[in-house]
Design a binder for this molecule. Structure first.
Ligand code: DX5
Ligand code: ZN
Length: 216
């Protein structure tokens, strides 16, 4: 299976989102990663549902929503409305994670749990069998363009081991500071999905970079 590439719209040109979505539609990108922030769970605010609801009209790519908000359980209906296939909730942002994961499934979406850089992979022991994906943050969430935290490579290997032990089918996604160099190390360690924002959108030729990330 080639690497799944999920460009993060956070680094797109918000004054001309349609143009960037058209570029992604033409590209080999598999998914589009949508970063929703609340200014509480993370020290920044991005875009919300009025924006993401418009995107499904202009793209056929799989939507992967990453909620960097407290109490993500309050917004399951809203995420469903965006047409998202994956709903990522942070381990650190909800008390009743098991309940939220079941609710996401009941709404016909695939549940994914996101871990901040300091949260150990072992905390997923009792939930991994219920998940379609785990998202490992390789930067502290809230901003694009940050430096990759290399400890993530160890976490990818640990997660791969846990997934194999439990016969889980969960994908391993990594988000933050991904470029061709860090992306290669991540794929070698066992990552299935690479999220990349600034690396793709700051390029003169984003379609080519997407192609290169896919080939890692
Ligand atoms: C950060 C977001 C990321 C962000 C990644 O909190 O979750 O998805 O867009 O940006 P880069 O790829 O620039 O690190
Ligand atoms: Zn993200």
């Amino acid at each position: 299976m080639s690497t799944i590439v999920a460009p993060s719209l956070l680094s797109a040109n918000f004054l001309n989102l349609e143009k960037d979505i058209e570029m992604l539609n033409r590209s080999e990108a598999d998914w589009i990663h949508l970063d929703i922030m609340d200014g509480v769970f993370v020290p920044n605010i991005s875009f919300g549902f009025p924006v993401t609801n418009l995107l499904k009209k202009i793209t056929k790519k799989t939507l992967d929503t990453h909620l960097m908000i407290v109490q993500p359980e309050k917004f399951i209906n809203e995420v469903k409305e965006t047409g998202s296939t994956y709903m990522n909730v942070h381990y650190e942002a909800t008390i009743h994670l098991h309940r939220v994961v079941q609710e996401i499934k009941n709404h016909g979406m695939k549940p994914a749990v996101t871990l901040n850089p300091h949260t150990p992979v072992s905390f997923l022991d009792d939930i991994i069998s219920d998940l379609d994906m785990v998202l490992l943050m390789s930067v502290n969430p809230g901003y694009g363009g940050q430096k990759f935290i290399t400890n993530t490579l160890k976490k990818v290997s640990q997660l791969k081991e846990l997934i194999l032990q439990r016969n889980s089918t969960a994908l391993i996604e990594v988000d933050g500071g991904v470029n061709l160099e860090t992306g290669k190390m991540l794929v070698d360690a066992g990552a299935d999905v690479l999220v990349a924002g600034s690396f793709i959108f700051s390029s003169e030729n984003p379609e080519e970079l997407i192609k290169e990330l896919k080939a890692l």
